[in-house]
Design a protein around this ligand. Structure first.
Ligand SMILES: *[C@@H]1O[C@H](CO)[C@@H](O)[C@H](O)[C@H]1NC(C)=O
Ligand SMILES: *[C@@H]1O[C@H](CO)[C@@H](O)[C@H](O)[C@H]1NC(C)=O
Ligand SMILES: *[C@@H]1O[C@H](CO)[C@@H](O)[C@H](O)[C@H]1NC(C)=O
Ligand SMILES: *[C@@H]1O[C@H](CO)[C@@H](O)[C@H](O)[C@H]1NC(C)=O
Ligand SMILES: *[C@@H]1O[C@H](CO)[C@@H](O)[C@H](O)[C@H]1NC(C)=O
Length: 258
């Protein structure tokens, strides 16, 4: 409404010539959806619309392949395809000689398809440290990812990531913990969560295969102070020389071959 007067003389002619559709509402261009997330090589529908009743021109600007699926004077529905990287789209309309456009960013995401957890070592003495290492190859965007290391259902550690390039990258989280007696009764696992709500998407979660830790008790101080060698040493002592020790099994069977 303000603009009609403000434009002044240069546009007076245009205003006179046209515009039953140029109502009191300010001319607007809209794009739906406003935020777009898509998997690589994905496609999506975009609706460009305007409140201008009789726009002169309209369209969607994108370097990607697009197909006009349907149109009415006030909107155009497009299918864009083969989206391989983050990109921007612009809807535009011209109304009464004035052009407006509206942009939206398209984010390409790579879901956490594979989540791998490694315990090191998998066989550990009680009270000794072990590490959990979780790896997720080729995931993006990293700033939307959280890796959670779990003991049973308890989260032990959350790992988040800073802003990175939009190209998919490997994400890792490691944690060093001390083995307790109860650890051998738990399955350890890793959860990868990609939260795309800020980009207009949903939440995607994947889990690793569960890994079990074997915890053994160290011989107590008392045992070590007893006179004489431990059970293992005794066995070794009884064997002649060192031959046969590598097998670990008593050499009771008869001679085999040469
Ligand atoms: C496109 O958007 C306009 C404005 O919101 C709406 O009236 C129209 O029905 C939409 N077209 C399609 C095919 O969804
Ligand atoms: C799809 O995108 C890739 C990479 O941007 C390009 O090499 C390929 O030619 C495109 N395919 C089509 C059908 O447009
Ligand atoms: C698209 O992303 C760029 C860079 O992140 C940002 O400056 C711009 O405001 C975004 N545009 C829209 C329409 O969200
Ligand atoms: C990790 O995040 C989850 C969910 O946001 C929360 O419940 C949990 O307490 C966090 N754990 C740690 C160790 O920070
Ligand atoms: C650990 O995982 C294995 C295989 O998935 C399952 O059979 C076992 O019951 C689980 N143990 C616990 C304590 O959750």
């Amino acid at each position: 409404m303000l603009s009609l007067h403000w434009w002044g003389l240069p546009t007076a002619l245009l205003v006179l010539l046209c515009c039953p559709g140029f109502s009191e509402d300010a001319f607007q261009v809209n794009m739906w959806p406003e935020q777009l997330v898509v998997e690589p090589s994905g496609s999506l529908e975009v609706n460009c619309s305007t409140n201008c009743v009789r726009p002169d021109l309209g369209g969607l600007e994108t370097p990607l392949p697009k197909v006009l699926l349907a149109r009415q004077p006030q909107w155009q529905l497009y299918l864009i395809s083969n989206i391989s990287e983050d990109t921007a789209l612009y809807c535009y309309f011209t109304c009464a000689g004035k052009q407006l456009s509206k942009g939206a960013n398209v984010s390409v995401y790579h879901p956490p398809k594979l989540v791998m957890l490694k315990l090191q070592p998998t066989w550990v003495a009680m009270g000794r440290p072990f590490t959990m290492e979780c790896r997720v190859p080729a995931v993006a965007p990293l700033e939307s990812l959280t890796l959670t290391l779990l003991r049973g259902r308890d989260p032990l550690h959350n790992q988040t990531f800073g802003r990175a390039t939009s190209a998919p990258q490997e994400a890792t989280a490691t944690l060093s913990i001390t083995a307790g007696r109860e650890d051998s009764h738990h399955n350890f696992s890793c959860q990868a969560e990609l939260d795309l709500r800020a980009q207009g998407g949903g939440i995607l979660r994947s889990f690793s295969e569960p890994q079990v830790l074997q915890v053994y008790a160290l011989a107590s101080e008392e045992d070590r102070c007893l006179p004489g060698p431990s059970g293992l040493a005794e066995t070794a002592q009884g064997l002649p020389g060192t031959a046969g020790m590598s097998s670990g099994a008593p050499a009771t069977s008869g001679p085999q071959g040469a």
